[in-house]
Design a protein around this ligand. Structure first.
Ligand SMILES: Cc1cc2nc3c(=O)[nH]c(=O)nc-3n(C[C@H](O)[C@H](O)[C@H](O)COP(=O)(O)OP(=O)(O)OC[C@H]3O[C@@H](n4cnc5c(N)ncnc54)[C@H](O)[C@@H]3O)c2cc1C
Length: 524
């Protein structure tokens, strides 16, 4: 198989590059070894940064975030909740920092306005009564899964060949050029080969592994960040602690839950990605200082993501969150570029810069249009037959332009309109729509596309219904559910205390009745 540009890595950056290059008429193949957004993208908070978090210590990143915040609100409104955000000074430590913070925001073009504590309480009734100062910023929530899916869908619609569960396993070079890239597709046993003119390495924390296949080195530090999902929305918008970035100083409203993040610790491998119970307790404790009811809420799952940080400083929080584009001609490989670092918020800008470099090498094909062209277009018609306005609106916020087709699938049969996941109000027809696509090989693939199983019961009820959807499309059911429960267990284990322990016991009994044996059941 030949292509002009092979993009490796199906996170937001790789998907954004595939879309950008396809829009400029380049023949693209995008490969992802797991599922789209299964790397750092889907393990982020989903915070569309205003830039304020970086305004003092990381001005370049702050500037990039401030600009891209506006761009993404324009081009991807369907998957953004424009909630706004607040920085809170909740004890005397704010006093010296407030001035520095406001100056940093003003120097980097980040919009920030001091508001009264009373105004802050009106916006966020659950914040701590110890709040002394509040600053309003333009943070928002962006759904990383739907954003990435929309980029993938649009790249495909413009001719890109896109495959998940397809891993790059090796490369063959002739002198200074990558000639062949060997790939392993989980759908077949054979090893295939792609002959690309250009290779784009967008594999985030795994980028040094891909580079080493071409005999190159990218020195990066891999840093783990852990997060906790709390039951219920405890905040209306994003709440941040007014201090230099530290552990547990962000609370993000995300669909039916609140996400608390994050920690920052170097780990030996990018695959070392599990949150611990100590991290969970630290995060909850810190977040409860801003919003006390977080301390009373149920932690439903924890997860961790890996940041690839350029290895320049000793302390992870000191390393800039801006990105690095590497043209490997400088290291002796002429047709490969790598893009690392950055933020979800700046994925489009990263994609633009990487695509510009690819275009320069392939020969000019026109300018980037991603800053002005809305992703997937609008989903204009909410009046779907037999689907309530509420359900149609909810689907529009998940699927953008694709929501009409999905709603039609739901309305075709009575079963299609049954609830598959009551926590997240997902209809069976939504799952059926995705189950028939080539991309969905397992339960987690289905959940990432629909949000089924991401709510407060964390798949207790919907996992068997998802399974029956997959079974109907020809999957082998039992290994699928067992694999899924093993994976979920990694995130459930660190939150097994208080009410969540009771919830988990219920789940174990439910699964026992289905004769499902899995690690999570053993300790109970
Ligand atoms: C804990 C945490 C919280 C964060 N929170 C935020 C936030 O709230 N807001 C924000 O703006 N940013 C946030 N970030 C940063 C943001 O998540 C990342 O910058 C961004 O998602 C990186 O996207 P990416 O596509 O470059 O990398 P990734 O999403 O990691 O994608 C790389 C992909 O490459 C794939 N891959 C690896 N090896 C191979 C191979 N051999 N073959 C094929 N594919 C391969 C991986 O499976 C992976 O899916 C956070 C990061 C972390 C770690």
């Amino acid at each position: 198989m030949r292509c002009e540009a092979l993009v490796i890595g199906g996170g937001a950056t790789g998907a954004g590059i595939a879309r950008d290059l396809s829009m400029r008429g380049v023949e693209v193949i995008l490969l992802e070894r797991g599922d789209f957004s299964a790397g750092a993208t889907g393990r982020s908070h989903g915070m569309l940064h205003s830039g304020a978090r970086y305004a003092v210590k990381d001005p370049d990143s702050a500037r990039e975030c401030a600009i891209e915040n506006e761009v993404l609100k324009r081009i991807a409104p369907f998957c953004i909740e424009d909630t706004g955000g607040i920085f809170l000074g909740i004890d005397d430590s704010y006093a010296s920092y407030l001035d520095t913070f406001m100056k940093g925001c003003s120097n980097t073009g980040v919009k920030a306005e001091e508001i009264t504590v009373r105004e802050a309480m009106e916006r966020e009734p659950l914040i701590s009564p110890s709040t002394r100062v509040a600053v309003s910023v333009l943070d928002a929530y962006i759904d990383p899964f739907f954003l990435t899916q929309a980029n993938v869908a649009e790249a495909r619609a413009m001719g890109a060949e896109v495959r998940n569960h397809c891993e790059v396993a090796g490369m063959d070079l002739w002198e200074d050029t990558v000639m062949e890239v060997r790939i392993r597709d989980r759908r077949s046993t054979s090893l295939n080969v792609i002959k690309p003119e250009m290779v784009v390495n967008a594999t985030g924390a795994w980028s040094s592994r891909i580079a080493s296949m071409a005999g190159l080195e990218i020195p990066i530090r891999v840093d783990k960040g852990s997060l906790v999902i709390m039951d219920g929305r405890k905040v209306n918008g994003l709440v941040n602690r007014l201090r230099l970035p530290s552990d547990g100083d962000i609370i993000v409203p995300s669909h039916s839950s609140s996400i608390v993040g994050t920690t920052c610790d170097e780990v030996p491998s990018p695959d070392d990605c599990v949150a611990t119970i100590d991290e969970v307790k630290l995060l909850i404790h810190q977040a409860a200082e801003m919003v006390p009811s977080i301390g009373e809420a149920r932690a439903v799952r924890a997860y961790a993501g890996i940041r690839p940080l350029p290895a320049e400083a000793d302390e992870g929080r000191d390393i800039s969150r801006t990105f690095k584009l590497i043209d490997h001609s400088q290291d002796g490989v002429v047709n490969m570029v790598s893009i690392i670092g950055g933020k979800l918020t700046t994925y489009r800008l990263m994609a633009e810069k990487a695509s510009d470099l690819v275009i320069e090498k392939l020969g000019n094909r026109g300018k980037c249009r991603t800053a002005s062209q809305e992703i997937g277009g609008e989903c204009s018609d909410h009046e779907f037959d037999l689907i309530s306005d509420l359900q149609a609106g909810r689907m529009a916020a998940k699927y953008g332009a694709a929501c009409r087709d999905i709603a039609v699938m739901c309305s075709r049969t009575l079963r299609g309109r049954e609830l598959l996941c009551s926590c997240e109000q997902v209809l069976r027809g939504e799952a059926e729509y995705f189950a028939q696509t080539e991309d969905v090989l397992n339960i987690a693939d289905l959940l990432r596309r629909t949000r089924a199983g991401m709510g407060y019961c964390q798949s207790g009820m919907c996992v068997t219904r998802s399974l029956s959807v997959l079974e109907e499309s020809g999957g082998d059911p039992l290994p699928l559910v067992q694999d899924f429960l093993e994976e979920r267990w990694k995130g459930i284990q660190p939150v097994l205390f208080d009410t969540q322990l009771r919830q988990e016991l219920l789940k174990v009994q439910l699964f026992k009745s289905l004769s499902l044996e899995w690690k999570g059941g053993e300790g109970h």
